[in-house]
Ligand binder design. Structure first.
Ligand code: C5P
Length: 222
């Protein structure tokens, strides 16, 4: 089942405090973006890679580059528009998760076709912290049942039709989406989790960057 991968790399990375775009931050000997691209190029079943990039950044070798949008979902939409029309399966990945492995890509692709009529299969790790809701940042309203909770990552793999429908929403609604699967869920789509390692972390702060450097230096990801 051939799939097209969309990598979103157009974030500014302000929370990282770096001068340039986060996707180009040096990490264990390569720009951060290159780690995800290398894992996707190794993964069987990925026939094309489209990357949403910050202004002035060239596409990595072997990839199609498009301009990123104002918010993450807009970058996904721009990349999907350049994906071609031949693939029925679309994988979305954040360049900010450089510990992606070819095995995790394969597991998500296999899960989509595992029976059950899934519209999406998304990488996620069981939550280890207890999660409480405190909407005003003060008073606790609720403690959620930890054994039911999953911390969602990328890659997220979609039936093309489901992702297209999900992204055909007004810009403001897309801007509020923190992942793509929630838009599919809102359409009544069937989304399943695929158990993923916590090491597939998102680099947001300098602490995450130091941890990613350590793990990649030890040979994790890939
Ligand atoms: O900002 P955040 O960490 O949630 O970004 C997740 C991913 O989305 C990153 O890989 C980032 O480069 C990408 N992104 C994007 N376009 C934006 C904002 C974020 O491609 N406008």
């Amino acid at each position: 089942m051939p799939a097209v991968a969309l990598v979103v790399a157009a974030g500014r990375g302000e929370r990282l405090g770096s001068d340039g775009p986060k996707a180009l931050v040096p990490l264990a000997g390569r720009p951060m973006l290159q780690w995800s691209i290398a894992a996707l190029q190794r993964a069987p079943g990925i026939e094309r890679i489209v990357v949403a990039l910050p202004e002035g950044v060239a596409a990595p070798e072997g990839c199609i580059g498009v301009a990123g949008g104002a918010e993450r979902s807009h970058s996904v939409r721009n990349a999907l528009a350049a994906a071609g029309t031949d693939a029925d399966v679309i994988l979305v990945h954040d360049a900010a998760r450089p510990l992606l492995s070819a095995e995790l890509v394969a597991a998500c692709l296999a899960a989509l076709d595992s029976g059950g009529g899934w519209d999406a299969a998304i990488a996620a790790a069981p939550v280890t912290d207890t999660i409480k809701r405190a909407p005003d940042g003060l008073a606790v309203h609720e403690t959620l049942v930890r054994s039911e909770l999953w911390a969602v990552q990328t890659p997220q793999v979609f039936r093309r039709t489901a992702l297209e429908r999900a992204l055909a929403r007004p810009d403001a609604e897309l801007a509020a989406a923190t992942d793509d699967a929630m838009l599919v869920e809102r359409d009544g789509g069937r989304v399943r989790v695929v158990k993923a390692p916590r090491e597939n972390l998102k680099v947001t702060t300098s602490v995450d960057l130091a941890l990613a450097e350590l793990l990649l230096g030890r040979g994790a990801g890939g």
